[in-house]
Ligand binder design. Structure first.
Ligand SMILES: [Zn+2]
Length: 245
C-alpha cells in the first residue's frame, strides 16, 4: 500500500503565524491536514502523521517519523504570512525542481488553486528543513496567507478547509495513479410525517366495529379495501342473525 507522511506545521509551544483574528496556523493546518488524511485513507493510501493533536514536535522528529516509516512521499502543511497583511495566494515548495518532489508540489499547487480559487503563486524551491532531511520526494504547501484577513477567513471556514483538503489529497493520490471521488453529499433530512387528525366519532365506531367483526369471525381479510357486494353482505347478516349450525 502506498504510504504518505503527513506533516502538520508547528503545534504545541509553537503556534506558527497568527491571523489578524488570532487564528493559529498550527490549528488550521492540523484541521486541513487531518481531513486530507481521511481522503487519502479512503482510497487505500496509508497515512503517517507527525502529529495528531496540538503537541510540540521538532523538525528533526518530523523527518525521523517519516523516514522510519519508509513513506513514499512527504507533505508538510502550512499557512503563509507576511508583515503587510496584504499578500495573498497559495504556493507550494520542493527542495529542488526537476524531480518527483517538484511533480508532487506541482500537482498539489494546481489542484489547490483550482479548487480553492486562490491566486497561484507557483511552485518554488526552498531549502526547508523538512524538505532537506526527509528521504522521500517531499513538498511543503503554504495553503493561503493567514496574515491576510480574507484568506484567514478561508482557512478557518470548515467548508473551505474541506475543499483545500480534498484538493491536496487529490494531488497526492495522483502520484500513485489514484483518483479520489467527489464526496457523497449527506442525505437530506426526511420530511416529517404530517400529524394525524383526531379520529371522528364515526371512525372510532368503525374501528370498534371492525374489532368486533374480527373477534366474532363475521368478516375475513380486513386488509382488502374492495367494497363488498350485496350478496356478501347477505352472507354476513345471515352469519349473525340466521339459523345457527
Ligand atoms: Zn508555517
Amino acid at each position: 500500500m502506498p504510504k504518505v507522511g503527513q506533516d502538520y506545521g508547528h503545534g504545541g509551544k509553537d503556534s506558527g503565524a497568527l491571523g489578524p483574528n488570532k487564528t493559529k496556523e498550527s490549528d488550521v493546518v492540523l484541521a486541513i491536514g487531518q481531513k486530507a488524511a481521511e481522503y487519502l485513507r479512503s482510497v487505500d493510501i496509508e497515512v503517517v502523521e507527525t502529529r495528531t493533536d496540538d503537541s510540540t514536535v521538532s523538525l528533526d522528529d518530523r523527518c525521523k517519523i517519516a523516514n522510519a516509516a519508509g513513506c513514499d512521499l512527504f507533505v508538510s502543511y502550512h499557512g503563509n504570512s507576511d508583515i503587510t497583511g496584504r499578500a495573498f495566494g497559495s504556493e507550494t515548495y520542493c527542495l529542488q525542481k526537476g524531480g518527483r518532489g517538484e511533480q508532487l508540489a506541482a500537482a498539489i499547487q494546481k489542484r489547490l488553486t483550482e479548487a480553492l480559487g486562490t491566486a497561484d503563486r507557483g511552485v518554488k524551491e526552498a531549502n526547508f528543513y523538512v524538505l532537506r532531511y526527509t528521504q522521500m520526494p517531499a513538498a511543503l504547501v503554504e495553503i493561503a496567507f493567514i496574515s491576510n484577513p480574507d484568506e484567514e477567513a478561508i482557512l478557518t471556514n470548515e467548508e473551505k478547509q474541506n475543499i483545500a483538503a480534498l484538493a491536496i489529497a487529490r494531488g497526492i493520490a495522483e502520484q500513485f495513479g489514484k483518483e479520489i471521488p467527489d464526496p457523497v453529499p449527506p442525505a437530506p433530512e426526511p420530511e416529517p410525517e404530517p400529524a394525524k387528525p383526531e379520529p371522528t366519532a364515526f371512525e372510532k365506531e368503525q374501528a370498534a366495529a371492525i374489532e368486533w367483526c374480527k373477534k366474532n369471525g363475521y368478516i375475513k381479510n380486513f386488509d382488502n379495501k374492495e367494497p363488498i357486494t350485496r350478496e356478501y353482505l347477505a352472507v354476513i347478516l345471515h352469519r349473525i342473525h340466521g339459523p345457527k349450525g
